[in-house]
Design a protein around this ligand. Structure first.
Ligand code: AMP
Ligand code: ZN
Length: 131
């Protein structure tokens, strides 16, 4: 079976997520996560290795491997991810104290799961620049 990354290099547009993409498997319910939000386009769940008291991942149901694969057809989808991050942070009471949103893209930024996801972190002071 092709890995998610290998399939991306062939063509993410024709990629059938099947069983090889971790986040597609979570979306499909094959791997249980702690879901905090879902709608027809997005799923949000707690990160399994939280880096802050709130560490939620927001993922589109659509398999897009990384930011480099986005085009204008995804603009509304990505906008909805960012607005959902703000709504989740507000729901946790971090809208006034502050929170951080992060998209990692490719290896040097630390991307390990090649299905785009927005990290939403809050509940502690955060350093800048990031490590
Ligand atoms: P990134 O390094 O930006 O690709 O982020 C991937 C994130 O997915 C990491 O923060 C991991 O802790 C998280 N992660 C990996 N496996 C799972 C899982 N089964 N459920 C929830 N989060 C996960
Ligand atoms: Zn996927």
């Amino acid at each position: 079976m092709r890995t998610c990354r290998e399939s991306h290099e062939l063509s993410w547009r024709t990629y059938n997520p099947g069983m090889s993409c971790l986040f597609c498997r979570i979306i499909a319910g094959e791997i249980l996560g702690s879901r905090v939000y879902e709608d027809e386009a997005l799923l949000a769940f707690d990160d399994i290795h939280p880096q802050a008291p709130m560490h939620v991942l927001i993922v589109p149901r659509l398999h897009v491997p990384m930011l480099n694969a986005l085009d204008s057809s995804h603009d509304a989808l990505v906008g909805s991810m960012i607005r959902r991050a703000a709504a989740i942070a507000k729901g946790r009471g971090f809208d006034e104290s502050g929170y951080r949103t992060v998209f990692n893209c490719n290896a040097q930024a630390g991307q390990t799961v090649f299905h785009i996801h927005l990290h939403v972190l809050g509940g502690r002071p955060m350093a800048w620049p990031p490590g």
